[in-house]
Ligand binder design. Structure first.
Ligand SMILES: N[C@@H](CCC(=O)N[C@@H](CS)C(=O)NCC(=O)O)C(=O)O
Length: 219
Protein backbone atom coordinates (compact mmCIF):
# COMPACT_ATOMS: atom_id res chain seq x y z
CA UNK A 1 0.00 0.00 0.00
CA UNK A 2 1.33 3.41 -0.98
CA UNK A 3 0.41 6.25 1.38
CA UNK A 4 1.38 9.85 0.67
CA UNK A 5 1.07 12.22 3.62
CA UNK A 6 0.46 15.83 2.70
CA UNK A 7 -1.88 18.19 0.95
CA UNK A 8 -1.76 19.23 -2.68
CA UNK A 9 -0.98 22.80 -1.60
CA UNK A 10 2.55 21.53 -0.96
CA UNK A 11 5.35 19.66 -2.70
CA UNK A 12 3.15 16.55 -2.41
CA UNK A 13 2.11 17.44 -5.98
CA UNK A 14 5.36 15.87 -7.18
CA UNK A 15 4.78 12.24 -6.13
CA UNK A 16 1.01 12.54 -6.63
CA UNK A 17 1.44 13.71 -10.23
CA UNK A 18 3.73 10.74 -10.94
CA UNK A 19 1.35 8.27 -9.28
CA UNK A 20 -1.53 9.64 -11.34
CA UNK A 21 0.51 9.45 -14.55
CA UNK A 22 1.27 5.80 -13.76
CA UNK A 23 -2.32 5.00 -12.82
CA UNK A 24 -1.05 3.64 -9.49
CA UNK A 25 -3.24 3.04 -6.47
CA UNK A 26 -2.43 5.12 -3.41
CA UNK A 27 -3.94 6.91 -0.48
CA UNK A 28 -3.42 10.63 0.11
CA UNK A 29 -3.65 11.32 3.85
CA UNK A 30 -4.21 15.05 4.39
CA UNK A 31 -1.46 16.49 6.59
CA UNK A 32 -1.54 20.28 6.64
CA UNK A 33 1.43 22.58 7.35
CA UNK A 34 1.28 23.39 11.08
CA UNK A 35 1.92 27.09 10.45
CA UNK A 36 -1.41 27.27 8.63
CA UNK A 37 -3.32 26.34 11.80
CA UNK A 38 -4.08 28.82 14.55
CA UNK A 39 -3.22 26.21 17.19
CA UNK A 40 -1.65 22.99 15.88
CA UNK A 41 -1.93 21.42 19.36
CA UNK A 42 -5.67 22.09 19.73
CA UNK A 43 -7.69 18.93 20.35
CA UNK A 44 -9.69 19.39 17.17
CA UNK A 45 -6.71 20.41 15.01
CA UNK A 46 -6.32 18.63 11.70
CA UNK A 47 -3.45 16.16 11.33
CA UNK A 48 -0.55 18.52 10.71
CA UNK A 49 3.23 18.64 10.40
CA UNK A 50 3.59 19.10 14.19
CA UNK A 51 1.29 16.19 15.11
CA UNK A 52 3.11 13.40 16.98
CA UNK A 53 1.40 10.83 14.72
CA UNK A 54 2.90 12.51 11.65
CA UNK A 55 6.33 13.06 13.25
CA UNK A 56 6.52 9.27 13.60
CA UNK A 57 6.42 9.09 9.78
CA UNK A 58 8.70 12.08 9.09
CA UNK A 59 10.65 13.35 12.12
CA UNK A 60 11.54 16.44 10.06
CA UNK A 61 7.88 17.47 10.33
CA UNK A 62 7.43 18.34 6.66
CA UNK A 63 5.23 17.13 3.85
CA UNK A 64 5.24 15.19 1.65
CA UNK A 65 6.14 11.90 3.31
CA UNK A 66 5.71 8.37 2.03
CA UNK A 67 4.85 5.07 3.66
CA UNK A 68 5.11 2.16 1.23
CA UNK A 69 4.31 -1.06 3.06
CA UNK A 70 6.17 0.22 6.13
CA UNK A 71 9.06 1.81 4.22
CA UNK A 72 9.01 5.50 5.15
CA UNK A 73 10.69 8.22 3.12
CA UNK A 74 10.74 12.01 3.19
CA UNK A 75 11.87 14.66 0.67
CA UNK A 76 9.62 15.11 -2.34
CA UNK A 77 12.35 14.42 -4.90
CA UNK A 78 13.49 11.22 -3.16
CA UNK A 79 9.91 9.99 -2.80
CA UNK A 80 9.14 10.65 -6.45
CA UNK A 81 12.35 8.94 -7.61
CA UNK A 82 11.75 6.00 -5.34
CA UNK A 83 8.26 5.57 -6.78
CA UNK A 84 9.65 5.79 -10.31
CA UNK A 85 11.94 2.85 -9.42
CA UNK A 86 9.44 0.83 -7.42
CA UNK A 87 6.67 1.12 -10.03
CA UNK A 88 6.65 0.70 -13.78
CA UNK A 89 5.34 2.87 -16.58
CA UNK A 90 6.31 5.15 -19.44
CA UNK A 91 7.26 7.97 -17.06
CA UNK A 92 9.83 5.82 -15.20
CA UNK A 93 13.55 5.77 -16.13
CA UNK A 94 14.37 2.69 -18.22
CA UNK A 95 18.06 2.28 -17.41
CA UNK A 96 20.98 3.72 -15.46
CA UNK A 97 21.58 6.48 -18.01
CA UNK A 98 17.98 7.64 -17.88
CA UNK A 99 18.16 7.54 -14.09
CA UNK A 100 21.26 9.70 -14.21
CA UNK A 101 19.58 12.19 -16.52
CA UNK A 102 16.49 12.34 -14.33
CA UNK A 103 18.61 12.95 -11.22
CA UNK A 104 20.47 15.67 -13.09
CA UNK A 105 17.24 17.57 -13.89
CA UNK A 106 15.87 17.07 -10.41
CA UNK A 107 19.04 18.39 -8.78
CA UNK A 108 19.10 21.35 -11.14
CA UNK A 109 15.50 22.01 -10.14
CA UNK A 110 16.21 21.86 -6.43
CA UNK A 111 19.61 23.59 -6.43
CA UNK A 112 19.23 26.30 -9.09
CA UNK A 113 15.50 26.87 -9.69
CA UNK A 114 13.46 26.18 -6.56
CA UNK A 115 14.79 28.90 -4.23
CA UNK A 116 14.43 31.89 -6.61
CA UNK A 117 11.17 30.40 -7.91
CA UNK A 118 9.76 30.32 -4.37
CA UNK A 119 10.90 33.93 -3.86
CA UNK A 120 8.69 34.84 -6.82
CA UNK A 121 5.76 32.75 -5.57
CA UNK A 122 5.89 34.19 -2.05
CA UNK A 123 6.34 37.78 -3.30
CA UNK A 124 3.12 37.42 -5.29
CA UNK A 125 1.40 35.40 -2.55
CA UNK A 126 2.10 38.09 0.06
CA UNK A 127 0.90 40.87 -2.26
CA UNK A 128 4.32 42.55 -2.19
CA UNK A 129 4.76 43.08 -5.92
CA UNK A 130 3.92 46.79 -5.79
CA UNK A 131 6.46 47.55 -3.08
CA UNK A 132 10.08 48.49 -3.66
CA UNK A 133 11.26 45.49 -1.65
CA UNK A 134 8.96 43.20 -3.64
CA UNK A 135 10.25 44.54 -6.96
CA UNK A 136 13.83 44.03 -5.77
CA UNK A 137 13.04 40.41 -4.83
CA UNK A 138 11.45 39.76 -8.23
CA UNK A 139 14.39 41.29 -10.07
CA UNK A 140 16.91 39.26 -8.05
CA UNK A 141 14.97 36.02 -8.55
CA UNK A 142 14.59 36.64 -12.29
CA UNK A 143 18.33 37.29 -12.56
CA UNK A 144 19.13 34.12 -10.61
CA UNK A 145 16.90 32.05 -12.89
CA UNK A 146 18.46 33.34 -16.11
CA UNK A 147 21.36 30.87 -16.07
CA UNK A 148 19.42 27.64 -15.37
CA UNK A 149 16.59 28.74 -17.66
CA UNK A 150 19.04 29.44 -20.51
CA UNK A 151 20.49 25.97 -19.99
CA UNK A 152 17.03 24.35 -20.14
CA UNK A 153 16.02 26.53 -23.10
CA UNK A 154 19.05 25.33 -25.09
CA UNK A 155 18.37 21.70 -24.16
CA UNK A 156 14.73 21.89 -25.28
CA UNK A 157 15.57 23.03 -28.83
CA UNK A 158 14.06 20.31 -31.01
CA UNK A 159 12.78 18.35 -28.00
CA UNK A 160 9.29 18.11 -26.53
CA UNK A 161 10.46 16.53 -23.24
CA UNK A 162 13.61 16.60 -21.13
CA UNK A 163 14.78 13.04 -21.76
CA UNK A 164 14.01 9.77 -23.45
CA UNK A 165 11.79 11.29 -26.14
CA UNK A 166 8.79 11.00 -23.82
CA UNK A 167 7.25 12.58 -20.72
CA UNK A 168 9.04 11.29 -17.61
CA UNK A 169 9.60 11.86 -13.91
CA UNK A 170 12.29 14.40 -14.90
CA UNK A 171 9.63 16.61 -16.48
CA UNK A 172 7.48 16.39 -13.34
CA UNK A 173 10.28 17.36 -10.96
CA UNK A 174 11.53 20.30 -13.00
CA UNK A 175 8.07 21.50 -14.05
CA UNK A 176 6.90 21.65 -10.46
CA UNK A 177 9.76 24.02 -9.58
CA UNK A 178 9.31 26.13 -12.73
CA UNK A 179 5.56 26.44 -11.94
CA UNK A 180 6.35 28.71 -8.99
CA UNK A 181 7.77 31.31 -11.40
CA UNK A 182 4.68 31.49 -13.62
CA UNK A 183 3.04 34.41 -11.75
CA UNK A 184 5.97 36.56 -12.95
CA UNK A 185 5.88 36.65 -16.77
CA UNK A 186 9.28 38.42 -17.16
CA UNK A 187 11.03 35.36 -15.66
CA UNK A 188 9.84 33.10 -18.48
CA UNK A 189 9.35 35.51 -21.39
CA UNK A 190 12.93 35.26 -22.75
CA UNK A 191 12.62 31.46 -22.93
CA UNK A 192 10.05 30.34 -25.57
CA UNK A 193 11.04 26.66 -25.63
CA UNK A 194 10.87 26.47 -21.83
CA UNK A 195 7.50 28.24 -21.88
CA UNK A 196 6.14 25.83 -24.51
CA UNK A 197 7.46 22.85 -22.53
CA UNK A 198 5.83 23.91 -19.26
CA UNK A 199 2.56 24.45 -21.15
CA UNK A 200 2.85 20.90 -22.56
CA UNK A 201 3.53 19.48 -19.10
CA UNK A 202 0.57 21.33 -17.60
CA UNK A 203 -1.78 20.23 -20.39
CA UNK A 204 -1.41 16.60 -19.37
CA UNK A 205 -4.68 15.16 -18.05
CA UNK A 206 -3.01 13.93 -14.82
CA UNK A 207 -1.74 17.45 -14.05
CA UNK A 208 -5.06 19.11 -14.90
CA UNK A 209 -6.95 16.68 -12.64
CA UNK A 210 -4.43 17.08 -9.80
CA UNK A 211 -4.63 20.87 -9.92
CA UNK A 212 -8.42 20.71 -9.84
CA UNK A 213 -8.15 18.63 -6.63
CA UNK A 214 -5.56 21.07 -5.28
CA UNK A 215 -7.74 24.07 -5.96
CA UNK A 216 -10.63 22.39 -4.15
CA UNK A 217 -8.50 22.18 -0.98
CA UNK A 218 -8.83 24.96 1.64
CA UNK A 219 -6.49 27.85 0.73
N1 LIG B 1 12.96 19.63 0.71
C1 LIG B 1 11.67 19.22 1.22
C2 LIG B 1 10.88 20.46 1.64
C3 LIG B 1 9.59 20.06 2.34
C4 LIG B 1 8.81 21.28 2.77
O1 LIG B 1 9.35 22.39 2.97
N2 LIG B 1 7.51 21.06 2.95
C5 LIG B 1 6.63 22.14 3.35
C6 LIG B 1 5.37 22.13 2.50
S1 LIG B 1 5.74 22.25 0.78
C7 LIG B 1 6.22 21.90 4.81
O2 LIG B 1 5.95 20.78 5.19
N3 LIG B 1 6.19 22.97 5.61
C8 LIG B 1 5.74 22.87 6.98
C9 LIG B 1 6.86 23.01 7.94
O3 LIG B 1 8.03 23.15 7.53
O4 LIG B 1 6.56 22.98 9.12
C10 LIG B 1 10.93 18.42 0.13
O5 LIG B 1 11.21 18.66 -1.06
O6 LIG B 1 10.11 17.57 0.47
Amino acid sequence: MITIYGVLRSRATRPVWLLDELGAEYELVPVIQSYRLADPQAADAALNTASPAFLAVNPMGQVPALDHDGFCLAESMAITFYLSRALTGEACPRDAREEGEAVQWALLATSAVETPALDILYTYGKGETATEAGQAKLAAATAALARPYARIEAHLQGRDWLMGGRFTVADILLAEAVRYTQPHAPALAPFPALSAWIARCQARPAFVAMMARRNAEPA
